[in-house]
Design a protein around this ligand. Structure first.
Ligand SMILES: Nc1ncnc2c1ncn2[C@@H]1O[C@H](COP(=O)(O)OP(=O)(O)OP(=O)(O)O)[C@@H](O)[C@H]1O
Ligand SMILES: [Mg+2]
Length: 361
């Protein structure tokens, strides 16, 4: 049932015995540093399990080197036939907004939990979870620990060159009793990739994802803006924004007002310190932030589905903001189900090239 070659190399005998040890697995995490063969092992396992008649959910929480969908999101697919193995259909997408976990730990943990939960609703025989190579250091340990605590996998497969995953394994073993831990060494001929190759790989994924995108106009009043600079307070009414524009001389396109802070999006540059002071005393706020709309251009965003907490119908790239409208480059066709626009921290071009980090994050 488990084939003897994949991607042109021979399957290590340990992989075949591992697949036997995982027969009673329900939720399996594969952990390991970058380029240890995590994704290839998962593909091998999916292939074998599906051919033996099982329905497998594949949860791809590698937001950098994604294999099912697009970087910056956690995705899942259900695989129950040989056709699904060749081209898995995306079942859910949870937007993170960055290609690496630091700065997004909460979203990574919640996103994984929610994605596994959503996958389990389809009653798969088992769930295989691919992860990022973020395993070194206290932050990585804490993230993996909390993910295990939330999702409660039945098995962890650790692929390690030496003992690099042991600190994580030690910490989860001490807290979770029924967890089975299985260890593997990477195949001797695993090919490492440079940072440039990793970036090129992500850019290929982005280009592919956005190849069918077009401009979608989203009414600002119809959506909630989240993350990045937004979410500090409630949207400022059109009337108040108009008054504020008149008082300040700024052409304001959007604003939010919290208890102590205010965030404004202006059409063009030119806000001096004295202007910020003027807004501060006019609105009686301690913190004032004015963002030029051009600063938002190129930002990757998630188009959140109304009432589906965190899941998105797709990703987009901010093209610009105009009167009451955000223009987004996206393959999502229908804006009617979009209730939330989630701002990521990565900027990319419409052809998928990574152009930097958002300045406002
Ligand atoms: N057992 C093996 N023998 C030979 N080559 C392998 C083996 N396992 C994986 N490879 C090759 O090594 C490369 C890296 O493997 P893979 O992408 O599965 O690693 P990964 O741990 O998922 O990496 P990443 O951190 O980038 O997600 C791939 O080109 C793959 O084909
Ligand atoms: Mg991988």
């Amino acid at each position: 049932m488990f084939s003897l070659s994949i991607e042109g190399f021979e399957i290590p005998p340990e992989w075949v015995s591992l697949s036997k040890d995982l027969q009673d697995g329900r939720i399996i995490f594969v952990l390991g540093a970058s380029d240890t063969g995590k994704t290839t092992l998962i593909k091998f396992l999916i292939d074998g399990f599906v051919k033996s008649g099982k329905k497998v959910a594949f949860v791809d929480s590698d937001i950098g080197q994604s294999s099912i969908s697009v970087p910056t999101a956690i995705s899942s697919a259900l695989v129950s036939s040989v056709d699904d193995i060749k081209s898995p259909r995306v079942h859910s997408l949870f937007f993170i907004g960055s290609t690496s976990p630091p700065g997004n730990l909460l979203q990574m943990a919640v996103g994984l939990k929610k994605t596994v939960e959503a996958a389990l609703l389809a009653k798969p025989d088992l769930v295989l979870v691919d992860t990022t190579g973020f395993i070194h250091g206290a932050t990585a340990l804490e993230l993996k620990y909390q993910k295990v605590s939330l999702v409660q996998p039945t098995h962890i497969v650790a692929i390690q060159r030496e003992k690099e995953v042991e600190p994580i394994l030690g910490s989860v073993r001490a807290s979770f009793d029924n967890l089975k831990i299985l260890r593997l060494k990477p195949g001797s001929s695993v090919i490492g990739r440079s940072l440039d190759e990793r970036q090129a790989n992500r850019e290929r994924r982005f280009a592919q994802y956005f190849s069918r995108a077009r401009k979608l106009k989203i009414k600002i009043g119809d959506v909630l803006l989240r993350r990045g600079p937004f979410g500090v307070g409630l949207p400022i009414s059109d009337l108040k924004l108009y008054e504020l524009s008149k008082t300040t001389g700024l052409d304001l396109l959007y604003g939010e007002e919290g208890n102590e802070e205010v965030v404004l999006v202006a059409r063009s540059m030119g806000h001096s310190d004295s202007l910020l002071n003027k807004i501060q005393s006019y609105l009686k706020k301690r913190f004032v932030r004015v963002i030029n709309q051009s600063e938002l251009e190129g930002t990757i965003v998630g188009l959140g589905i109304r009432a589906q907490g965190g899941f998105v119908s797709g990703l987009g790239i901010i093209l610009g903001v105009e009167e009451g409208i955000v223009n987004v480059f996206t393959p999502v066709m229908d804006s009617s189900k979009i209730g939330v626009l989630i701002f990521g921290s990565l900027k990319i071009s419409t052809s998928g090239k990574e152009t930097g980090k958002s300045t406002f994050y």
